[in-house]
Design a protein around this ligand. Structure first.
Ligand SMILES: [Ca+2]
Ligand SMILES: [Ca+2]
Length: 216
């Protein structure tokens, strides 16, 4: 199949996901309006301020995939099962313009990285996901958060030891934090460390299955 046809099937998949989102929003609003017997007020809309904010800015927000559907797609299609902090970061990295929704353009960029991204692009992506506050470094605190088991607010000694070991491994210039250059150098030496701080790329098996589905 030519890449144009493949891209078209990719759009179909995207639109199906976006439709599920629109119909979910529609149903929620209908239920709410019926219950109150009046039009949706400004106050009702406060349950989704980001969406409202984007409507006001005139963004084409309804052509998109929201967090819930995105998580579902990542789980079901790409075998990415991860905890909330990491899932939220993955969403933010895909949602470059911070619309609060994955637009068709975001979808293509993300999909192209997932299915045929170079190692260099994958390094940029994983680093962006792990840099939780997007300040350009993975700090020791961020490592604690990424490497601690969920709900463990006070990392025990074993996590602290692990963070020390991992920091020594990645921090090439010894300034106490991991820059993109540190991260790149380490992963180029040992590619298995690409997802050292959590799953954020699809499994090989899921990539093959997804491509087969698109082509069928
Ligand atoms: Ca950071
Ligand atoms: Ca460093």
């Amino acid at each position: 199949m030519r890449s144009g046809a493949l891209a078209l099937r990719g759009v179909t998949f995207f639109l199906a996901a976006a439709r599920r989102y629109r119909s979910a929003v529609g149903q929620a609003n209908n239920t709410k309006n019926k219950a109150k017997g009046k039009k949706m007020s400004e106050k009702d809309g406060k349950c989704m301020p980001k969406v409202l904010e984007n409507i006001k800015k005139g963004y084409p927000i309804f052509q998109g995939i929201d967090r819930t559907v995105f998580r579902e797609v990542l789980h079901n299609t790409f075998d990415i099962v991860t905890e909330n902090t990491l899932m939220e970061r993955i969403f933010c990295v895909w949602d470059k313009q911070n619309y609060g929704l994955i637009t068709v353009e975001n979808w293509f960029n993300g999909l192209s990285l997932y299915l045929k991204g170079t190692i260099s692009k994958q390094i940029d992506y994983c680093f962006a996901v792990y840099d939780l506050n997007a300040d350009g470094y993975i700090s020791k605190e961020e490592m604690f958060q990424l490497l601690s088991p969920p709900q463990d607010e006070d990392p025990d000694e074993s996590v602290k030891d692990l963070v020390d070991i991992v920091m020594r491994k990645f921090d090439k210039d010894k300034d106490g934090k991991v820059s993109l250059a540190d991260f790149r150098e380490t992963v180029e030496e040992e590619p298995l460390l690409l997802e050292a701080f959590g799953r954020c790329l699809p499994s090989e098996k899921s990539k093959t299955t997804f491509l087969t589905t698109l082509k069928s």
